[in-house]
Design a protein around this ligand. Structure first.
Ligand SMILES: NC(=O)C1=CN([C@@H]2O[C@H](COP(=O)(O)OP(=O)(O)OC[C@H]3O[C@@H](n4cnc5c(N)ncnc54)[C@H](O)[C@@H]3O)[C@@H](O)[C@H]2O)[C@@H](O)CC1
Length: 500
């Protein structure tokens, strides 16, 4: 089966070790450059993620704690520390060798020598556990990587326990948080998955944000039904358009949504769709809110429709929508609709009759509606909505078999895009997205891509997820995760493609 371009397999630790053995064959002269690349990527990731906390941390005096085990995981961490010393001239490094220096694998020892050489004794020193300070700018966990075998024992437990009490701006795990999910396991803010994203990471609550560091281990043809989406999937959007195209060449998205009680959602969906590359956007909303939206986003066509007493779309709106959305190449139904029974009946009818591919979001995700009609569809539930539209709360993701061609986008800290038993994981983004409105913009982006390329719903869903995640990442990079509003994401949609 062909997999989405720009997606790579996620492997369990045994398969990852076999893959690594195939690439390197135990040859240290090949492993060393890979460790250098991994360590550099971890350091760059840390520098990037520190910007979310503060713009100035690498410029000020700072202290780095690196916990090192015996293996190459510790080697990666030491190489990352070497690069961080160069990027932050006023930082010092303290290294805790959990099993002592005598137990280091040769390349990990070489990484330690390299760090000592780079920093000198003034900036780099090994510490005993009792010398661990109460606070560090950053803590890097390189105790165990994918060769960890439970259970955690002393001395690792003691070091990890003490490190858990350290005050710090960023807890960074290399590859996997040491101890995985055990009680005293490392509690990471970010885990930097080096080269291969290992499947245990997906289920570890202590992994924090996952940054997949692509070290070029995979071609697009690498197989595996668990996959991670990368920014490379957006590359087709970073191209010149055909010179002879006009607006109709790029698709026409119809959006059905909005209500007097929830007016904002549909506006955010339209705003995101307008940045997706689609040629035209027509929004069908209750007439009482249409004029205000038209003033705010004039590029879209706003069609005011009859509304119920409570301000939702009424059954009479159906005729106006039907005559016009026949010209669309895809439709998004759901943002801000509300749950007026009349509106729900209208939505079910529209979905049942639709001849164009659909994105169903928010209030359009009702058990009966999602099953209506034959049009291909993308469903964008969060976990609560997913539970609402499935008959069993225990349905395994890949067993979700709808009668229609369906792509499911299950939103969460990791967003899963599922079709035909293949699960693609979107890991970009993070808790900056955990605020009202972010789902509306995701739906708008996905639907815009679907309208532009109606034949490839899986591509539209995956591109939307990656694009949205990276745009939110840019918000966090420049403005942090706390004092931001979700609509700032719209201004970053463009920058994601420009920076690819
Ligand atoms: N293919 C990849 O994905 C790459 C991996 N790299 C790094 O290399 C790591 C793997 O390195 P290694 O194979 O050296 O393995 P680790 O760094 O995971 O080291 C495991 C060591 O800890 C010991 N150990 C395991 N469980 C233990 C326990 N419960 N108590 C005490 N000791 C225990 C093992 O016997 C072994 O000596 C990866 O996780 C990653 O960080 C990178 O260097 C480059 C590319």
């Amino acid at each position: 089966m062909p997999f989405l371009s720009g997606s790579h397999p996620i492997l369990d630790c045994v398969t990852a070790a076999a893959w690594e053995a195939r690439i390197f064959g135990g040859d240290e002269s090949k492993e060393w450059p890979a460790m250098q690349a991994a360590g550099a990527a971890v350091a760059d990731g840390i520098i990037h993620d520190l910007k979310t906390v503060s713009e100035t941390l690498t410029a000020k005096p700072g202290r780095l704690l690196v916990l090192v085990g015996k293996g190459h995981n510790g080697g990666d961490a030491l190489i990352a520390a070497t690069r961080l010393l160069a990027a932050a001239p006023a930082w010092t490094v303290e290294v805790g060798f959990v099993f002592g220096q005598n137990r280091l694998r040769p390349l990990t020892l070489a990484a330690w020598r390299q760090l000592q050489h780079a920093g000198g004794s003034a900036r780099v020193r090994a510490i005993r556990r009792r010398e661990m300070a109460a606070s560090y700018t950053v803590v890097i966990d390189g105790v165990f990587g994918f060769q960890f075998r439970p259970p955690l024992r002393e001395p690792a437990t003691g070091w990890l326990q003490q490190a858990a009490d350290v005050k710090t701006s960023l807890r960074a795990a290399v590859d996997l948080p040491s101890g995985w999910a055990e009680a005293v396991a490392f509690q990471a803010d970010v885990t930097y998955a080096t080269g291969i994203l290992k499947s245990p990471l997906l289920d570890l609550p202590n992994a924090g944000r996952i940054r997949y560091l692509d070290l070029g281990f995979f071609g697009d043809d690498a197989v595996g039904n668990l996959r991670v989406l990368t920014a490379a999937g957006l590359a087709p959007l970073q191209q010149l358009r055909s010179f002879h195209s006009d607006k109709r060449s790029h698709g026409h998205l119809a959006i059905v949504g909005g209500s007097r009680d929830f007016p904002g959602a549909v506006g955010l969906s339209v705003a995101a769709a307008l940045h997706s590359g689609v040629g035209n956007v027509t929004a069908f909303v209750p007439e009482s809110i249409s004029a205000a939206f038209a003033a705010r986003w004039p590029e879209a066509m706003w069609v005011g429709c009859p509304e119920t007493e409570d301000g939702g779309l009424s059954l009479d709106a159906g005729q106006r929508i039907r005559t016009k959305w026949a010209r669309a190449s895809a439709a998004l139904v759901g943002p801000g609709l509300g749950r007026d029974p009349e509106t729900m009946a209208l939505v079910k009818d529209l979905i049942g009759e639709a001849k164009i591919p659909l994105v169903l979001d928010a209030d359009a995700l009702q058990p009966e509606g999602v099953m209506a009609g034959n049009a291909p569809r993308i469903l964008t539930p969060h976990q609560g909505e997913f539970d609402r539209i499935t008959t069993s709360k225990n349905v395994a993701l890949d067993a979700l078999a709808w009668p229609q061609p369906t792509v499911t986008v299950l939103k969460g800290p990791i967003t899963r895009v599922i079709q035909d038993g293949v699960i693609y994981h979107g890991v970009a983004g993070g808790p900056v997205l955990a605020r009202g409105g972010s789902g509306d913009m995701l739906a708008g982006l996905i639907a815009g891509r679907l309208a532009a390329e109606p034949g490839t719903p899986l591509v539209a869903a995956a591109q939307g997820v990656v694009w949205h995640g990276l745009a939110s990442q840019r918000v966090a990079d420049s403005r942090g995760e706390v004092a931001v509003r979700s609509s700032w994401l719209i201004d970053e949609i463009n920058g994601v493609l420009r920076a690819l």
